[in-house]
Design a protein around this ligand. Structure first.
Ligand SMILES: Cc1cc2nc3c(=O)[nH]c(=O)nc-3n(C[C@H](O)[C@H](O)[C@H](O)COP(=O)(O)O)c2cc1C
Length: 169
């Protein structure tokens, strides 16, 4: 897939029931772990949640996390609770890597917020995170279901134009 299509692929929130093998999730993390991070801290750990009951509980920990319940896998991203300034930047980079490798494997994905902090802490407990680690995001993974033909997105689609987002001095 060309890089532009990979970057511009849409989030997927509806999935086929087809299971995602653990070997595929392992391959995704094995590639994503090479993402660079500030001072090479790699302030991330992953928990691949296949357990439906845990996914169901996670799905109630974000305002827009409902799709985690039916997704075949919720890949929970753990990060240190006492964050460096660049931790969220690093997590964004590794999350993007996960979604790109997932797309290469034919999987759809949706980065999902588990906010506020109290919810992130509950999510970390749910996945038995080590103490000092929190769970601000999970990535829903699965084979994409056909898109619904009707219905409009609650969020505006499209992107800022180059003219709106770039200046030269
Ligand atoms: C940091 C971050 C948090 C997000 N949180 C959610 C979320 O909680 N629920 C959700 O459905 N989508 C979430 N998304 C997906 C965005 O809504 C989506 O990427 C954006 O609307 C653009 O749509 P597209 O990815 O389909 O092009 C999140 C994306 C990012 C990068």
């Amino acid at each position: 897939m060309e890089i532009r299509s990979l970057i511009a692929r849409r989030s997927v929130r509806r999935f086929e029931a087809t299971p995602v093998p653990q070997s595929t999730v392992t391959r995704i993390v094995d590639q994503a772990r090479w993402t660079g991070s500030a001072r090479n801290r790699q302030p991330w750990r992953f928990v691949a949640v296949y357990d439906r009951d845990i996914r169901s509980q996670l799905s109630r920990l974000g305002a827009y996390a409902g799709h985690l319940e039916a997704a075949p896998v919720a890949l929970v991203l753990l990060s240190p609770e006492s964050q460096q300034l660049d931790t969220e930047f690093d997590l964004g980079r590794v999350a993007q890597s996960v979604t790109l490798v997932a797309a290469e494997q034919g999987l759809g994905s949706c980065i999902t917020s588990l906010y506020p902090d109290s919810n992130s802490r509950i999510a970390a407990e749910l996945v038995s995170a080590d103490s000092g680690w929190t769970a601000r995001h999970a990535i829903a993974l699965g084979f994409p279901a056909p898109k619904p033909t009707a219905g409009r997105s609650a969020i505006p689609l499209g992107r800022l134009s180059v003219g709106e987002s770039l200046r030269f001095l």
